[in-house]
Write a protein that binds this ligand. Structure first.
Ligand SMILES: *[C@@H]1O[C@H](CO)[C@@H](O)[C@H](O)[C@H]1NC(C)=O
Ligand SMILES: *[C@@H]1O[C@H](CO)[C@@H](O)[C@H](O)[C@H]1NC(C)=O
Ligand SMILES: *[C@@H]1O[C@H](CO)[C@@H](O)[C@H](O)[C@H]1NC(C)=O
Ligand SMILES: *[C@@H]1O[C@H](CO)[C@@H](O)[C@H](O)[C@H]1NC(C)=O
Ligand SMILES: *[C@@H]1O[C@H](CO)[C@@H](O)[C@H](O)[C@H]1NC(C)=O
Ligand SMILES: *[C@@H]1O[C@H](CO)[C@@H](O)[C@H](O)[C@H]1NC(C)=O
Ligand SMILES: *[C@@H]1O[C@H](CO)[C@@H](O)[C@H](O)[C@H]1NC(C)=O
Ligand SMILES: *[C@@H]1O[C@H](CO)[C@@H](O)[C@H](O)[C@H]1NC(C)=O
Length: 611
C-alpha cells in the first residue's frame, strides 16, 4: 500500500524535509535551551513550528533553503541556570549571541566553537565561571567579545591572538590572574578593558596605547600606568650619576638613529613600496583612520564661511587628456606634466589601506605632492577601465576631490588625486573633536551633500558608491569634498557587510550602488556627524547599527541623549540639531523609495542650518 504513492510525491515530501530540517534542528536547539534555564520562562509559542517569530530570535530569510537562526538576543530576561549541551552549539549559523544581564552560571560550553559565523558575543553581567574554553579561540570571525562582570578565572590566554578580527575585547570585573599576554596580532583592536582583575606584570607594547581607564584596579605597570619597578639593589650616588649620563647619551644615540630611519622611511621610493608589497588578495580594512596629522584649529571667518556655494553652471568639464609616452595619463589642461618614471621614483609614504586599494602620498622631485591610489582586484577590461576613468576625470566640482590621472598596466592600476589637508573621519574620531563646532559640522554636511548631489545630477546611474567619513576630505576652511567616487564599480564585489556600517540593507553587490543606497550612506554619515559615533567600528552594543541605535534611543529615552557630548553651545542649536537628526533618520529608512533625494537633502540642510 505504502508503495503506491507516486514518485514525484515522495520526492516532494523529501524535498520539504530537506528545506526545513536545518531550521527544525535550530528550533530543537532553542527548545533545549528553554528547557534548561529557569527563572522567567521564555515566552515562546512552542506550538509554532517556525522559531523565527519567537522573541529575540532572528533568521536569515533570503531564501527558504538556507533559513537558519542567525541572531539570538535575550538580554536581561532573568534567565537562571547553566547553558545546556546541544543548544547554542547547534545554532551553527549564529552571528550574534547576546545573553547579557541574566543570572547564567557555570562554564561557557566548549561547543560554542561550532558557531563559526559568530561576530558578536555578549555574555557580560552573568555569573559564568571557569576558564575560557580553548574552542572560543577558533571563532575567527569574532569582532566583539564581552565577558565582563562574571567570575571567569585563570590566565588571559595568548590564544586571543587567533581572533584577528577582534575590535572590542571587554574582560573587566572577572578574576583573571597572571600577566597580560602580548596581543600583537589583534591589529584591529579599538576598545579594550581588563579593569578589576588580579593581573600583574607589565603592559605589553601593543596594549600600552589604551588609557589607564582600561587597567583600573589591577597591579599592572608600565604603559599608561606607573612605570615598572626596576629590580636592583640600592645604588650609590656615583652609580646613579653614571646611569643618568649613560642614559642621556643613549637617548641621543636613539634619537639620531630614529632620525636616520625616519629619513630613510620618508625617502623610500614609490616603486619600492609597490614592488615590495604585493597587494594582498582580500583583506578589507573597514576604516582608514589615522593618516594625516590633525588639522590646525582655525576660526572660520564670515567671508570664508560659505564662499563655497554650489556653482550649478560649472557642469561636467571637458576632459583634456595628456597621455605620456610611458602610459601615464593626466587630466586637465593646466596640470604640470610628470611622467610615470618621475612618479615611481618619488618618495612615498603609506596613508592607508582601504576597501579598493592602498593609498600613498608621493613627493615628486619638483616639490609637488600627489595622492596615488593603487587599485586591487580590478575587474574591468582595459577598454572599459579607461572609459570609466576618463568619465570620472570629467566630473569637476568644487565639492569633489578631482581625479588628476591614471596609469593602466598589466600588473598595476594607479589613480592620481589632488592632495587634501584633512578628513572628516580624523576630525570626528581624533583628538580634536571639540574644534568641530555645530556651525562647522553644518558646513561639512552641506558641502558633502553638494558634491554627492552633483554626482547624482550627471546621469541616471552615476553614484558615489562608497560614502563614509574617511572618504569626505576637507580643505583648510572645512569645505567638504567627497573622494573615491565611482571606484567600487571598478573592482570586484567587496563583501564586508557586517563591517561596513554605511551600506544600505538592500545592497548585495558593491559594484551596483543605487542613488537611494548613496542616500542611506549619507544618512549614516549625518548620524555620525551628530552623534560622534563611528558606524564602522560598530562600537555600539550587540551589533546594532548606528541607525537602529539612534532609533532605539530616540524611542526609549529622549532625543538629546543621542547627540555628541562634545558638541558645545548645545542650547543655542538644539532645534537645528533635532531637525538634522530627523533628516538623517529619514535617509536611513529601510525602504529605498521612502528616502529623500539628494536635491531634497541639500535644500533641507540649507534651511535647517540657515546657510
Ligand atoms: C502559536 O502557534 C500556533 C501555530 O502556529 C497558532 O495556531 C497559535 O495561535 C499560536 N498561539 C499564540 C498565542 O500566538
Ligand atoms: C523575514 O521573515 C519575517 C517573517 O518570518 C518577515 O516578517 C520579515 O519581513 C522578513 N524579512 C525580510 C528581510 O524579508
Ligand atoms: C518561500 O516560502 C514561502 C512560504 O513560506 C513561499 O510562498 C515562497 O514561494 C517560497 N520561496 C521559494 C523561493 O521557494
Ligand atoms: C546537534 O545536536 C545533536 C543532538 O540532537 C547532536 O547529535 C549534534 O552533534 C549537534 N550538532 C552540532 C553541530 O553540535
Ligand atoms: C591558533 O592559531 C594557531 C596558528 O594559526 C593554531 O596552531 C592554534 O591551534 C590556534 N589555536 C586555537 C585555540 O585555535
Ligand atoms: C591563577 O589562579 C589559579 C587559581 O584560580 C591558580 O591555580 C594559578 O596558579 C594562578 N596563576 C597565577 C599566575 O597566579
Ligand atoms: C609580541 O609578538 C610579536 C609577534 O608574535 C613579536 O614580534 C614581538 O616581538 C612580541 N613582543 C614582545 C614584547 O614579546
Ligand atoms: C573599564 O571598566 C571599568 C569597570 O567597569 C570602568 O570603570 C572603566 O571606565 C572602563 N574603561 C574603559 C576605557 O571603558
Amino acid at each position: 500500500m505504502i508503495n503506491l504513492f507516486p514518485l514525484f510525491f515522495l520526492l516532494f515530501l523529501s524535498s520539504i524535509t530537506i528545506v526545513f530540517s536545518d531550521l527544525e534542528a535550530d528550533r530543537s536547539a532553542l527548545l533545549r535551551l528553554r528547557g534548561a534555564v529557569r527563572g522567567r520562562t521564555l515566552l515562546w509559542n512552542t506550538t509554532s513550528s517556525n522559531p523565527c517569530s519567537w522573541k529575540g530570535v532572528k533568521c536569515n530569510n533570503l531564501t527558504n533553503q538556507s533559513n537558519r537562526v542567525i541572531e539570538l538576543r535575550l538580554p536581561g530576561d532573568g534567565l537562571i541556570g547553566q547553558l545546556p549541551l546541544n543548544s547554542i552549539g547547534n545554532l551553527t549559523q549564529l552571528r550574534i549571541l547576546s545573553l547579557r544581564g541574566n543570572f547564567l552560571s557555570g562554564p561557557i560550553p566548549s561547543e560554542l566553537g561550532s558557531c563559526t559565523e559568530l561576530r558578536d558575543l555578549h555574555l557580560q553581567g552573568n555569573r559564568f565561571s571557569g576558564k575560557i574554553p580553548e574552542t572560543l579561540f577558533t571563532l575567527k570571525n569574532l569582532v566583539r567579545l564581552n565577558l565582563a562582570g562574571n567570575n571567569f578565572f585563570g590566565g588571559i590566554s595568548s590564544a586571543f591572538n587567533n581572533l584577528t578580527k577582534l575590535k572590542i575585547l571587554y574582560l573587566e570585573n572577572n578574576q583573571f590572574n597572571g600577566s597580560l599576554p602580548n596581543l600583537s596580532s589583534l591589529t584591529e583592536l579599538r576598545k579594550f578593558n581588563v579593569s578589576f582583575n588580579a593581573l600583574m606584570g607589565s603592559i605589553p607594547p601593543r596594549l600600552d596605547t589604551f588609557s589607564s581607564q582600561s587597567y583600573l584596579g589591577t597591579s599592572l605597570c608600565g604603559g599608561p600606568l606607573v612605570s615598572c619597578p626596576s629590580n636592583g639593589n640600592k645604588l650609590s650616588g656615583g652609580a646613579i650619576a653614571g646611569i643618568i649620563v649613560g642614559s642621556v647619551i643613549g637617548l641621543l644615540l636613539i634619537l639620531v638613529i630614529m632620525f636616520i630611519l625616519y629619513r630613510n622611511y620618508r625617502s623610500r621610493k614609490l616603486l619600492q613600496h609597490i614592488e615590495r608589497s604585493p597587494i594582498p588578495p582580500s583583506p578589507v580594512k573597514p576604516s582608514e583612520n589615522g593618516f594625516w596629522s590633525p588639522m590646525p584649529i582655525i576660526t572660520v571667518t564670515e567671508e570664508q564661511k560659505f564662499s563655497n556655494s554650489f556653482a550649478s553652471e560649472e557642469r561636467v568639464g571637458k576632459v583634456v587628456v595628456q597621455g605620456g609616452s610611458d602610459g601615464l595619463v593626466l587630466f586637465g589642461k593646466d596640470v604640470e606634466m610628470f611622467s610615470l618614471q618621475n612618479l615611481l621614483r618619488s618618495s612615498a609614504e603609506v596613508l592607508g589601506k582601504g576597501t579598493v586599494g592602498t593609498t600613498y602620498k608621493a613627493y615628486l622631485e619638483n616639490g609637488a605632492e600627489v595622492i596615488v591610489k593603487r587599485l586591487k582586484n580590478v575587474c574591468l577590461s582595459e577598454k572599459e577601465f579607461r572609459g570609466e576613468i576618463e568619465n570620472l576625470g570629467s566630473f569637476i566640482h568644487e565639492n569633489l576631490v578631482p581625479l588628476r590621472g591614471y596609469f593602466y598596466g598589466t600588473e598595476e592600476k594607479l589613480l592620481i588625486f589632488e592632495p587634501m589637508p584633512g578628513s572628516l573621519s580624523i576630525l570626528l574620531h581624533g583628538h580634536n573633536r571639540r574644534s568641530l563646532s555645530w556651525e562647522i559640522r553644518c558646513k561639512i554636511a552641506l558641502g558633502a551633500a553638494y558634491g554627492i548631489q552633483y554626482l547624482h545630477s550627471i546621469s541616471p546611474d552615476t553614484t558615489h558608491g562608497n560614502i563614509k567619513s574617511s572618504n569626505i576630505l576637507l580643505t583648510e576652511y572645512y569645505d567638504a569634498c567627497p573622494s573615491e567616487f565611482g571606484l567600487t564599480r571598478l573592482v570586484s564585489n567587496i563583501t564586508s557587510p557586517n563591517l561596513n556600517g554605511y551600506r544600505a540593507p538592500e545592497v548585495t553587490d558593491s559594484r551596483n550602488i543605487s542613488k537611494k543606497a548613496d542616500v542611506y550612506s549619507f544618512g549614516v554619515l549625518l548620524l555620525e556627524i551628530l552623534t560622534g559615533k563611528e558606524p564602522d567600528s560598530v562600537l555600539i552594543e550587540d551589533g546594532i547599527d548606528l541607525p537602529s541605535w539612534v532609533q532605539s534611543v530616540v524611542q526609549e529615552k529622549w532625543t538629546i541623549e543621542v547627540f555628541d557630548p562634545e558638541l558645545i553651545n548645545f542650547d543655542n542649536f538644539e532645534e537645528q540639531m533635532v531637525q538634522l537628526l530627523n533628516l538623517a533618520i529619514s535617509c536611513t529608512v529601510q525602504h529605498p523609495d521612502r528616502r529623500p533625494s539628494m536635491v531634497e537633502i541639500t535644500r533641507r540642510i540649507k534651511r535647517i542650518c540657515s546657510l
